[in-house]
Ligand binder design. Sequence first.
Ligand SMILES: *[C@@H]1O[C@H](CO)[C@@H](O)[C@H](O)[C@H]1NC(C)=O
Length: 599
Amino acid sequence: GARLHYVFNKDARGLSLSCHFQSFLPSCSNRFLSSYSLSGDLKAVVRVTSGQVVVWSDRCLKKILDLSALNKHGRVYEDAQFGCLAWSTCESRLLYVAEGKRSIGESYASASSPSAGEPRDKSVYWEDWGEGLTSKSVPVLCVADVAKGTVTVLQGVPSHVSPGQGLWAHDGESVFFVGWWHEPFRLGLRFCSNRRSALFCLDLEGNCECLSGDTSSVSSPRLSPDGRYLVYLEGQVFGPHSQCLSMQQYDLETRKISVLVDVVNRPKKDEFAGLYEALPPRCWASDSQRVVFSSARRNWRQTVQSFSLHSAEKFGSWKLLTIQNDLMVVHCSHLNEAPRLVIQYCGHSYIALGIEVTPIQRAGLCSFPGGPHSQFFAEWNVTTAVLVKLGFAVLMVNYRGSTGFGQDSILSLAGNIGSQDVKDVQRAVLTALADQTAEKLLTLDPDKVVVMGGSHGGFLACHLIGQFPDFYKACAVRNPVINAATLLGTSDIVDWRYSSVGLQYSYDQLPTPEALTTMLQKSPITYAPQIKAPVLLMLGGKDRRVSPYQGLELYRSLKSRGSPVAFVCGGRHSLARVDTQADCFLNVVLWFQQHLYLH
Ligand SMILES: *[C@@H]1O[C@H](CO)[C@@H](O)[C@H](O)[C@H]1NC(C)=O
């Protein structure tokens, strides 16, 4: 459990750095949250599994709060969607989110004492927030008073929303939070910036007020150091589940909202291309006048600010992790350079903490479609690097519908899945092959092209081998979407099942024969009889977004036609455990090598 702990200082002579081991976290397998107070003097760690809050002061243990014994709520939320751990400015209180006590459990339990948050009657169904948030249903905002050793569950959150992403107002008398509508039922939230939500202010007496509009999707509230401005991200409800967002500013003094950064529909080359991801936990410069964040620009990720970053070109993709006292901590990497941390102070001096991969004679071309509504950055990716080391050229395609290219591009995919995206990827592959022939590189063998992808990328991979049966020599997919009509009943983001085929969604929607037909017609299962490429299916058991039974449908249709197909268990949807990932990777490489006769 030892970690390196770096301390940066800025003085007249520039930046200095000290480093020591930090070994007080007993076990990293214990899921935890941690947070430093503003002065940096106190560090709070929440051990989620054991339900403890531990406060350290200058590396000495100061206080332990046993949340299970206090029994005010269930498990603490450690996810990036709802979770938070925020110190009040007076450095005596902590704000966090936990599973609320369920009233049905309480009424049954009044005689004995149930373990916090667990319903007594296990047969009662509790809606949850879908893939990656399966044990999360009814979040509550909690305040731990470190000195007194007490915990209070805040009252006054409107009953139609679930709170998360909390932070303290400057005076410590109220908190801000994002509330997500959970009526009429909960839809999957992970990777979805299109869920109805709003920004609220709640005082400790229980008075609550909505600060933002209440018909859009709101996230990432961040307060300026002087306590006057709140910035947050805003997007549309429904439609693409990840989209170009605007940055809004709420002035707590004048109570006015203004747009700081607008949605970008069609960025020109070399222009700012819009905002697509959560703001870093700290993003304000100390003057409370500037906000720093990183954002996708075409295939790159860059740090955007009013002063320029030197040597950005050298590193490729930059992701701002945090900024404090005007010191920025940036994660940067290139396709052929492992990630390093760069510390930079307002546009001059920086310190970089830090393999270069040289391609060998190439054996084949491996094409990866990703997304939708996400993207491949030109950044370090260990899977890609190892494939290159093994002799594959790797093409990762940001087809239209990926983020980083403006909102119009994202919207263009709705209704066109299975055709526009498939054509984009195929065209990219043909272009890559043609380019290298034109440049007389001749290292790519057009008879050795394979394809791989997961989720919607798996959907595309299966479409490609179905629509271009002689072109691809092997295929490996992880929890692919195979039949969008049957996926409708099981996916946690049922709204996207409709939007993806160009239909409007509403909560009370019933399937119609026309809608189901459209979904089926756009699905790779219809091409199954044409498929020739051997298919490796990696199916994980607990995926709430794309059920593993999707892959089984393809398995049966290929098996019954004598088409080569193999099936291994591939762990969960979004990045599973390291050992499962390593297993999957080895299976894929062996599959490709075997079917390209590379042994
Ligand atoms: C890394 O690359 C592999 C393909 O080489 C891809 O499947 C995976 O999604 C990539 N990871 C990220 C974070 O882009």
